[in-house]
Design a protein. Structure first.
Length: 354
């Protein structure tokens, strides 16, 4: 494999010294970019982009052509796993994801297969190896999956939800059924992420987008326990390099100490916690990724620079910080403002790494 030309993202995750703070953006390949919208129109729809390795590669690289980002992230979706378990994923324009089949009873859950990463999700593995080849060592490639709890909410609700009515009712009415579902998802996600690592992903992130909707006790039992299980089953070294693991629980700021004990290398932070305080709480155990409020990108470049400067100052000197947004970039953002954000991180962070 080609040697990495820019490895500061991997180095920061492992708390090795870096020249400047590395930066990438969750959802960096997406609708705020006109070239993404053009590719999607060419492919027909979102799932056709994901399922065709050449298209997935094309859109993965688009933000890297525009900005000096320090990592690429596989273009795919977390819901490919439930789709491979037979639920039939589709996207209604403007409506978000939907499943043809939902999971309501213990019998439904017992019947769910554990997908084979190569056979059932081969298109994702092909996308990973295609992107690695095309990146040609420019920056590392991040693989990803959803957390079992986050995937379970979509499978039980049949799509997105504001209140998680059905999934939480199952959690409290029939905890054994929910545990079986989460256990099957943990097995599926472990195999899926290991497949991505073997295909060339150089770091992996678990998106626990809805962990923060749970009570403190339910979070431990129904979300964190299964992420810990996945982390303990992951390939942690490949091709002579460590493969760092990032856990991102949106809304998990109150539970950082226990998340830091789950065995991952880094924690993703949303914008509701102060990164300096987070560093004091868990920075001896893990690196931190985050955490600018994505809506700051609606403000002018001056205000964006000020926010970047505040977050860098709060984290302070030394490695162990990967700059990111606290959640995904939104479709309405001006691409020029994303550029101002990335430039500000590199320019203003050098003094913290002397
Ligand atoms: O970060 C990246 O650039 C990689 C691509 C990526 C996508 N989805 C592409 C996508 C990643 C990492 C995801 C993860 C994902 N998908 C999550 C977890 C992250 C988070 O935001 O909390 C979740 C919950 C999903 C499920 C999902 N996929 C939803 C709810 C939606 C609709 C939301 C919307 O913005 O309309 C999607 C669709 C989706 N996934 C899009 C993209 C670029 C938009 C599809 C389009 O082009 O219309």
């Amino acid at each position: 494999m080609t040697a990495l030309k820019n490895d500061r993202f991997l180095r920061a995750l492992l708390k090795q010294p870096v020249d400047v703070t590395p930066v990438w953006m969750m959802r960096q390949a997406g609708r705020y970019l006109p070239e993404y919208r053009a590719s999607r129109a060419k492919a027909g729809d979102f799932m056709s982009l994901c399922m065709n390795p050449a298209f997935a590669c094309e859109v993965t690289l688009q933000p890297l052509e525009r900005y000096p980002l320090d990592a690429a992230i596989l273009f795919s979706d977390i819901l490919t796993v439930p789709d491979a378990m037979g639920l039939g994923l589709y996207f209604e324009t403007g409506e978000g994801p939907r499943f043809r089949k939902t999971v309501t009873t213990l019998a439904d859950i017992e019947a769910l297969p554990i997908p084979d990463a190569q056979k059932d999700l081969g298109y994702v593995m092909d996308a990973v190896s295609t992107i690695r080849r095309e990146l040609n060592g420019r920056v590392p490639l991040i693989g990803f999956a959803g957390s079992p709890w986050t995937l379970a909410t979509y499978m039980v609700e049949g799509g997105s939800s504001k209140d998680f009515r059905k999934s939480k009712a199952m959690l409290y009415d029939n905890p054994q059924a929910m545990h079986l579902l989460l256990d099957k998802l943990a097995q599926s996600v472990t195999a899926y992420l290991n497949g991505q690592i073997l295909a060339g992903a150089q770091a992996v992130q678990i998106f626990d987008s809805w962990g923060g909707s749970l009570s403190a006790a339910a979070y431990q039992e129904f979300s964190l326990a299964y992420m810990r299980k996945i982390v303990s089953g992951l390939i942690r070294e490949h091709d002579g390099r460590k493969v760092p693991v990032i856990l991102f629980t949106k809304g998990g700021g109150m539970w950082l100490e226990s998340i830091a004990d789950a065995g991952a290398d880094a924690l993703g932070l949303d914008w509701t916690c102060d990164i300096g305080e987070a560093r004091r709480r868990v920075g001896s155990k893990v690196a931190l990724q985050g955490n600018m409020d994505p809506t700051v990108l609606y403000a002018n470049p001056q205000a964006i620079r000020q926010e970047v400067s505040n977050i860098l100052a709060s984290y302070g000197s030394g490695t162990g910080h990967v700059f990111n947004l606290g959640h995904g970039i939104t479709p309405e953002v001006d691409p020029a403002n994303a550029g101002a954000f990335i430039e500000a991180v590199h320019e203003m962070s050098a003094k913290y790494h002397q």
